[in-house]
Design a protein around this ligand. Sequence first.
Ligand code: CUA
Length: 173
Amino acid sequence: MFAPERIWWKPLDKLEKRWVMVAVSWCLVLTAMMPIWLAFGHQNSPATTFRVDPADFMVKTQAFIAEYQVGEDGGKALVAAPSGGDAYIVAQRFQFSPVLQLEKGKTYRVHVSSMDVLHGLSIQPVNLNFEVVPGYEFVITLTPTESGEFQIVCNEFCGLGHHVMSGKIVVTE
Ligand code: CUA
């Protein structure tokens, strides 16, 4: 009778052993890189997150607008954030508001939250992307390096008006 060979990999060939070692070492390197990138990787988004009640966030944003509004832009409040200070953007179906006016080279703490569902805040054309989750306040540390107008588009499907959901950041010299 023919019996299947049970321990087919014994003895392990010398070359095969080496390749197994290479594969195992590479797995260990990749595993180690996960926490290392967290600490040293420059690709991490510069954002911290807090729990927030949507109504409270709206109150803070309205106070920010009332204090720093300098005009209007396309029907939305145009708000000049205090140099080096805090700025607020509310995401709700289907817009981001207000329009922020920032100064090039200054660092801002941009607070973002959603009033309703998950949205995606995508700053174009520089392609910075953040998820905007209701119930959470994201504080993005942002230093504009070039002046001009930057469109914000929503890149998480949030309903029928998703494709028209937009906002704007104006960076002055
Ligand atoms: Cu908001 Cu899609």
